[in-house]
Design a protein around this ligand. Sequence first.
Ligand code: S3P
Length: 444
Amino acid sequence: MISLEKVTRPIKGDIFVPGDKSISHRSIMFGALSKGTTEVTGFLESADCMATIECFKKLGVLIEHSLRPTNGVPTITVHGNGLHGLTAPDSTLYTGNSGTTTRLMSGILAAQPFDSNITGDRSIEQRPMERIIKPLSQMGADISSVMGNGCAPLHIGGGKQLHGINYRSPVASAQVKSCIILAGLYAEGDTVVYEPALSRNHTETMLSSFGADIHNQVARDGSAVAILHPGMPLHGHRVNVPGDISSAAYFIAAALVVPGSELLIRNVGINPTRAGILTVLKQMGADIELVNVNNSQEPSADILVKYSELHGNENHQFIIGGKDIPTMIDELPVVAILAATMDCDTIIKDAAELKIKESNRIDTVVSGLGKMGCSIEATDDGMLIHGGKPLKGADIDSHSDHRLAMSFAIAALTAEGTTRIIDDECVGISYPTFFRDLFSVINR
Ligand code: S3P
């Protein structure tokens, strides 16, 4: 349990946040399936990404941690086995709390010549896997939920020749899309995944840089398609992982709730399929500027944020929904905290996916903010926040959900009295040094 108090002294200075979680996972996965070595710098050494490393080690891939001799930068080196070089694991693959590891690995395992079993922690064993079982089965895979409840543990029978599919995903989910694409690397024929809105496209951008023939198209109505022509070998290369915008979001929010703050968050990934929070916060009146923009395949920038009074539109309302939702899905809990401080109503809609994240983030955000004195209601696909009432400190259960623990730590900075976060250690899932970094900026 950790205790936090209201902060009145402006937050000033600069900070680096750890590497992007989605890119870190994929750097190991794609490196493992490539010929040659992949050197990864900026890798996120959190529980989720370490689970991915452990899974690939079990599949016979040599992965080393070292300091680069020239400059001492921590580096992960993946000695790839090529697309067909994985070997049978001697026991169940354990993915911890990581949905990305579970779903993306399942796509890879579905195409292997050997059998495998995969599962994770209690939260993972409650999250829906039918969304990958269905398309993988359509591709000819032998994959099933061991308990028959549509969740992990999953059993995956090996030795199946997969075939490409045209799949219409009912949800904009990068995990579903990526799972199908990874299976598609081994399939006969093209694999095409349609989604109602473009979800994060790291799989497409990164696989293409490893040599795959893959691209996205986005239609006028915002719906999107990823098209993979299989058959190209993957080649290892250097990957520089930028800072995670999902982690940067807590510091952006911290600067926006403590009057007089001005914070520079350095080297953050700003891929447009992830950066919806910047657009939405600017619409709310946040003073946010991008400096030192680096327009590489995975673009990055320093984010300069200055305290601003956030506001709704002329009707004292703010609505977040539609195709913006997938571009900020993991940031919605901390956006809800900001909305609670705004003197207007905020409606978050089209976000039913929040119910099946590491916790039911509609219920957990609504109950936590309710305890802090905010007037807030859960809806079928989001929440309605009547902002503007001062928040008061409370005991908040993170429900072992890292994003909840970090979001309520930000709420604590603006709440009267003490806020205690129960089960704060879960931040190790995506940001092990979160509280150290937060205390360092607020005590500077
Ligand atoms: C992720 C995709 C998102 C996101 C998760 C990471 C990824 O999940 O919430 O934290 O790396 O592909 P969904 O694809 O289920 O929306």
